[in-house]
Design a protein. Structure first.
Length: 157
């Protein structure tokens, strides 16, 4: 099952990529949402190989999730994979500079079941796919608007 959205941000690609790959900030945001985050290594690179073990609340239970960066091409693309139970997930973020001060960001999220129980879970979620797609788009749009506002308020170099 795939979700994807595309947004334009009023900021240069380098600025956007820098914030999308701010792993310290993303870890803090996850912890504020009740997610237990542990790094794969205390001093991991901000590149391919960076990984996390997470405990994510989902449907009333804490689920173990392992995530890792598998592709990192600054400032163009970042791909992370995650595994939880019988689910394999991939989050792909692509940046395309439209002008020196404007960037188009494409976020894609793909969930693939590997077990029978995971297939049943994904099948049940498919009934709510339209609602989940709208929620995904709204959250990404909010994040992109925040990045645009952050860039507008940032001191110019």
């Amino acid at each position: 099952m795939k979700f994807s959205t595309r947004q334009d941000i009023e900021a240069p690609a380098e600025f956007v990529f820098e914030h999308i790959t701010d792993f310290d900030g993303l870890e803090r945001q996850a912890m504020r949402r009740g997610i237990d985050v542990k790094r794969k290594a205390a001093t991991q690179p901000r590149d391919v190989g960076a990984g996390w073990t997470l405990k994510v609340p989902f449907r009333g239970k804490l689920r173990d999730l392992f995530a890792e960066i598998v592709e990192f091409d600054a400032p163009n693309i970042i791909v992370a994979t995650a595994v939880s139970g019988g689910l394999n997930m991939e989050l792909k973020t692509e940046l395309v500079p439209l002008s020196p001060q404007r960037t188009r960001v494409t976020f894609g999220y793909d969930v693939r079941p590997k077990t029978l129980s995971a297939r049943i879970l994904v099948q049940s979620v498919k009934f709510a796919k339209a609602t989940l797609q709208k929620r995904f788009e709204k959250r990404i749009q909010s994040y992109c608007e925040h990045l645009s506002e952050q860039y507008q308020g940032a001191p110019k170099r």
